[in-house]
Design a protein around this ligand. Structure first.
Ligand SMILES: [Fe+2]
Ligand SMILES: [Fe+2]
Length: 306
């Protein structure tokens, strides 16, 4: 076995892999995580949010994966940011996010607050950018001009995200305000990257709204991202975008950029799909399926954000 190189894998070895929405409070999903192993010692794993709601479950999953993969990169999902009443860790909002970042650092997992690592293996080089951006209710139905009107209509239709009750934006007045602050800070960091270096953008929510157009309840899109990132994949030279949240695993291309939805989802969702969960998804090098899992890609289903 070759000794590890300090700057990541050498050309010709390893894959940049991705999963999301592991939701390990379900024993069936914990078993999937137990079975998730690299094929190469040089494989990196991108974890695009919704690992779990309880801090101890997040720690179990990320520590398990960090022991196996050369590098693990995490972007938070809405579920990690919930404050469940029965979690001994009762931090809320930004304080909870900071606690998650501290936990990741103890485990050696890269977060959106750390220097962006560069993938130099096959398909690289590319800056791997874990994003924490949230949503601002701009994925609205045609003709609905304001977030207030959109949220009122969703409420009247009986559609409301659990985030409303469990994801607290403290100290920001609203999640949309928190989102705007994150967008500003993140754009500054992305603008400062070398202009000739491609990126891999890793976000829990889709960066473009197209994947939300097949939601069973269209109003759920209000809690699924922001129009502000629509031009980011091209503007920031993305070789690939990785996202989750929708629990609709699929690959789309937007303006030539592949967008991978890499979710596992809930057992009741992934059991409906043919074969075993096709995870992890290989992001780089692009093209061939990862040899470590069934090649069959699950068909898109009209699910809902979780
Ligand atoms: Fe989610
Ligand atoms: Fe999820």
């Amino acid at each position: 076995m070759r000794p590890p190189s300090p700057d990541g894998p050498s050309p010709g070895s390893g894959s940049l892999l991705a999963v999301s929405d592991l939701h390990v409070r379900y024993p069936e999903n914990r078993a999937v995580v137990e079975a998730l192993r690299p094929v190469s010692d040089e494989d990196w794993l991108l974890v695009a949010g919704d690992v779990a709601e309880h801090m101890a479950d997040v720690e179990w999953a990320l520590s398990t994966l960090a022991r196996r993969f050369r590098k693990v990169v995490w972007a938070p999902g809405n579920h990690e940011l919930w404050t469940p009443p029965d979690d001994p860790v009762q931090e809320r909002g930004a304080a909870r996010y900071e606690a998650l970042v501290r936990l990741c650092r103890e485990l050696g997992v890269t977060t959106p607050e750390d220097p962006y690592p560069v993938w130099r293996g096959p398909g690289g080089p590319a800056v791997v950018v874990p994003l924490f951006l949230l949503y601002d209710h701009t994925f609205r139905r045609p003709g609905v001009r304001t977030a207030e009107e959109a949220l009122r209509r969703a409420d009247e239709a009986g559609v409301v995200a659990t985030d409303v009750f469990l994801l607290h934006p403290d100290p920001y007045p609203t999640v949309a305000d928190w989102c705007r602050a994150r967008l500003r800070r993140t754009a500054e960091r992305l603008d400062a990257l070398p202009a000739d270096l491609p990126t891999v953008l890793v976000n829990h929510f889709p960066l473009v709204r197209e994947p939300t157009e097949v939601l069973r309840y269209p109003d759920f899109a209000l809690w699924c991202g922001t129009e502000a990132t629509a031009d980011w994949p091209v503007r920031y030279r993305a070789a690939a975008v990785v996202y989750g949240h929708l629990h609709i695993p699929k690959l789309i291309r937007q303006q030539g950029v592949p967008h991978h939805e890499v979710s596992l989802g809930y057992p009741r969702e992934w059991r409906r799909r043919p074969g075993a969960p096709a995870l992890p998804v290989r992001v780089l090098p692009a093209g061939a399926p990862y040899p470590g899992h069934p090649a069959a890609t699950a068909p898109a289903a009209a699910g809902g954000p979780r």
